[in-house]
Design a protein around this ligand. Structure first.
Ligand code: ADP
Ligand code: X15
Length: 406
């Protein structure tokens, strides 16, 4: 069913520019190894072993966030995964980057600096505009082929994702192939019985927009994470406001989505299940909980759904014939705030239903809490892209690969 050219269609010994998605959790400045590395390592290893000169591009975090860091650590982690050296240059398309690219020999692998450190990368613009950026125009002449393996970023119209397919022969990497095939098959499938979507994570903007479109396919949404705080705010509770100056989790997402959140809450109230309360860290560093009536956004950070909410969602999941999870229901990386995410993921694993767990960060909870990937029909390293794919909407990065093959 593959509709694009893949690594199998490459000529021998090419100079290949490969876009990966290595966007990872960062803990105190330390990049955390995760499934994105192991999955992309298959593509990188295959290309290097075939004797291509392999130059990798990826992004990390968003400017202004703590997770917006250099990719030097990513090069070391990738090297461990592929069992060969991964060179790193702290430049994207300047003289240092070009010199490093030109000095590569067959089978060498080089990682360029975080693409989002270039001003050309981020504004979402049409491919034709991105293809004209200095970023794309400077790098492209040094390559024979562009390979997009970053399915999980394919919903973004950024230079490294949509600019190059217009100026270089474009191919899909192995992760792109498998994620596209799995997610497209899921999107085209009809489900009988009860279909549930568990929605969490921090990127509420990515999920709220598509909830309306998916509303006719999904019987019940179980809400957690930041999106649930925004819905609770729409329901009149004191939550979903930022209390730290340098951390924008809520205010912008509320401003951008207020209308649709209020509309969804009004029109789909029976379908959308909200937390009964939320958990925070008390003065002794222990988990404590507030019921919705007690929520106090000015003084507390809420990091998980309450235990009562876990109990409310559990039977909904267990009675389902299909369950899709996108995003963590709480800060599961800290064990005391893992109850929501682990409760939902375990219930899905133990239920004989069709199941998909999505999200680069969220899929880490499976191994962190001793579950097995085989307990799910599909574990996607994509979050926003996978949920967008479920709506049947095109992903710009994928569309360009398909057009290139036509
Ligand atoms: N209440 C919360 N407050 C802060 N972060 C949260 C909260 N609930 C969930 N998260 C965080 O959401 C992250 C996953 O969100 P996101 O990046 O949107 O999903 P993914 O990368 O899995 O698609 C997790 O790492 C988790 O720590
Ligand atoms: O991690 C990603 O998306 P995801 O959190 O939806 O899985 C991608 O790398 C896209 O990153 P972005 O949402 O900062 O554009």
């Amino acid at each position: 069913m593959t509709s694009f050219n893949t690594i199998d269609d490459l000529d021998a010994e090419q100079r290949v520019l490969v876009r990966l998605d290595l966007n990872s959790p960062v803990d105190d400045g330390e990049v955390q190894d995760n499934r994105r590395f192991s999955r992309h390592a298959e593509t990188v290893k295959e290309l290097a072993e075939a004797g291509h000169r392999v130059v990798l591009m990826a992004h990390q975090g968003r400017p202004g966030n703590d997770t917006f860091v250099s990719l030097d650590q990513h090069a070391e982690i990738m090297a461990d995964h592929i069992g060969r050296d991964v060179q790193f240059v702290d430049d994207i398309y300047g003289d240092d980057a070009i010199a490093a690219i030109e000095s590569l020999e067959a089978g060498d692998v080089l990682l360029l600096e975080n693409t989002r450190m270039s001003d050309d990368e981020l504004p979402e613009e049409d491919p034709e505009v991105k293809a004209e950026t200095e970023f794309v125009r400077t790098l492209a002449p040094h390559f024979d082929a562009y390979i997009n393996d970053a399915y999980s970023a394919a919903h973004r119209k950024h230079a490294s994702l949509v600019g190059f397919p217009l100026v270089l022969p474009a191919f899909a990497g192995r992760v792109m192939e498998t994620e596209y095939e799995a997610n497209t098959a899921i999107a085209n499938r009809e489900f009988d019985g009860q279909v549930t979507m568990v929605v969490g994570g921090t990127k509420a903007t990515d999920v709220i927009g598509v909830m309306n479109t998916l509303g006719d396919k999904i019987d019940t949404f179980c809400m957690g994470g930041i999106a649930s705080h925004l819905f609770l705010r729409a329901a009149g509770y004191d939550v979903g406001y930022d209390r730290h100056e340098n951390l924008d989790l809520y205010d912008t997402q509320w401003e951008n989505n207020e209308e649709i959140i209020r509309e969804l809450y009004e029109e789909r109230r029976d379908q959308i299940k909200l937390p009964e309360g939320l958990a925070y860290e008390d003065d002794d560093g222990e988990r404590a909980e507030h019921d919705n009536e007690e929520l106090d956004a000015a003084n507390y950070d809420y990091m998980d759904i309450s235990e009562e909410t876990v109990d409310k969602y559990d039977p909904i999941i267990r009675d389902s014939d299909a369950v899709f999870l996108k995003g963590a229901l709480g800060v599961f990386e800290d064990e005391k705030f893992s109850a929501g995410t682990v409760g939902a993921v375990k219930a899905i694993a133990e239920t004989d239903c069709f199941s998909v767990v999505g999200g680069g960060d969220t899929s880490r909870s499976i191994e962190m809490y001793g579950m097995d990937e085989d307990d799910f029909d599909h574990v996607s390293i994509a979050g926003g892209a996978y949920i967008r794919a479920l709506t049947g909407d095109d992903l710009p990065g994928v569309e360009l690969l398909i057009e290139a093959a036509e």
